[in-house]
Design a protein around this ligand. Structure first.
Ligand code: NAD
Length: 360
């Protein structure tokens, strides 16, 4: 059956890195007869220039009709002065909420060849491979009531609400358990159940849902300890699942363990594993148009798409192995370059991945 992919390159380096990811997908598509079909649309600043909105109807329709979305990045100097309602980022946020992408998957992988890029000691991080599953559409970032009010004594008071319904917790729990099943079958749920009733419920629902996944070992950790353990001994984790705000903070911490923003992919999934796949970095306007951006985060996002939306783990593994080979052959874009390596352009890095794919 045809697998429809909406391709939204966006702005800045978005177009350059997405071109390389599609080049890799094109190769694997014909090599493994995957029946992938691509259709392109505009989002962010590029869409604003064409349609006076960063989130045009056509792009939403395209994304809704597709099985998966590949997105580059949005934003840039050119659109910074626009009213907030039409800034490029609105396109991205609109897409996430329209598609109800509640499960955000952020792997933190450190390729052994890049162990020196981390600020942590190589022995602490070499071979790191963690998956953080963050709840993306609920919790304190969306809870009502919220605001800043003036009290009777004239003092201002800011307030937000941490709220999760049982069904919201259950659906992210299912996603996380199923992801753990595709990896090493260990899941650590991160909460603050000793202080926050809302996450006491989180823990209860995780335990209840876990009964349906007896093959996955579930553990629990308070968020303060999890933050400490991520920096102290990150390799103890495999899959972590947590709330929107805790996940926001922990996934950035985990990303920094790897020290290379151009290498990290991400996925955001709905209840049926339809997903949007994008690198974690932005549109990098400082290097856009120079042909030096690292396309590997986007290529690895495409591999995640094959694994999580299309259940083609063998194709995903081939791409991931090819990225490894390209690094083994000393190919480095400027952001991960070190002395003695071969400095390559965006296109050359894409070519190196394809030539590794040809070889295995
Ligand atoms: P950024 O991630 O775009 O760039 C941060 C630094 O990392 C820059 O020096 C950049 O050159 C470098 N970098 C990023 N990706 C790289 C890659 N693939 N290869 C090599 N170097 C890379 O973050 P920023 O500078 O804070 O934001 C720039 C623009 O991107 C802003 O408009 C921001 O709003 C937007 N943004 C978009 C997204 C998204 O689309 N998901 C995420 C973050 C920021």
């Amino acid at each position: 059956m045809t697998k429809k992919i909406a391709v939204l390159p966006g702005d800045g380096i978005g177009t350059e890195i997405v071109a390389e990811a599609i080049k890799v997908l094109d190769f694997i598509n014909s090599d493994m007869a995957l029946d992938l079909e691509f259709e392109y649309g505009l989002i962010g600043g590029a869409a604003y220039d064409e349609y006076a909105t960063p989130f045009p109807e056509q792009s939403l329709a395209l994304a809704k009709a597709a099985d998966a979305v590949i997105l580059g990045a949005v934003g840039g100097y050119k659109w910074e002065a626009l009213d907030i309602s039409v800034r490029p980022e609105k396109g991205l946020l609109g897409l996430r909420s329209e598609l109800q992408l509640f499960a955000n998957l952020r792997p933190a992988i450190l390729y052994p060849q890049l162990a020196d890029a981390s600020t942590l000691k190589p022995e602490v991080v070499a071979g790191l491979d963690i998956m953080i599953v963050r709840e993306l559409t609920g919790g304190i970032y969306f809870g009502q009531p919220r605001g800043i009010r003036v009290l009777d004594n004239g003092e201002r008071q800011g307030y937000n609400t941490l709220v999760y319904s049982e069904s919201e917790i259950r659906r992210i729990a299912h996603s996380a358990f199923q992801i753990a099943q595709k990896r090493s079958r260990r899941l650590c749920s991160v909460d603050k159940a000793n202080v926050l009733e809302c996450t006491e419920l989180w823990r209860q629902v995780m335990i209840e849902t876990g009964k349906q996944y007896p093959d996955v070992e579930l553990s629990h950790m308070y968020v303060d300890n999890a933050a400490m353990q991520l920096v102290r001994a990150p390799k103890q984790f495999d899959v972590m699942v947590t709330t929107n705000m805790f996940g926001d903070i922990l996934s950035d911490t985990a990303a920094m363990l790897t020290g290379s923003i151009g290498m990290l992919p991400s996925a955001s999934l709905d209840a049926n594993n339809k997903g949007m796949y994008e690198p974690i970095h932005g549109s990098a306007p400082d290097i856009a148009g120079k042909g030096i951006a690292n396309p590997l985060a986007t290529i690895l996002s495409a591999a995640m798409m094959l694994r999580y939306t299309f259940d083609c783990s063998d194709a995903a593994e081939r791409i991931e192995a090819a990225v490894n080979c390209a690094l083994d052959a000393n190919n480095r874009t400027a952001d991960i370059y070190s002395t003695g390596m071969q400095k390559v352009s965006t296109v050359q890095m894409g070519d190196a991945v394809i030539s590794a794919l040809r070889g295995n």
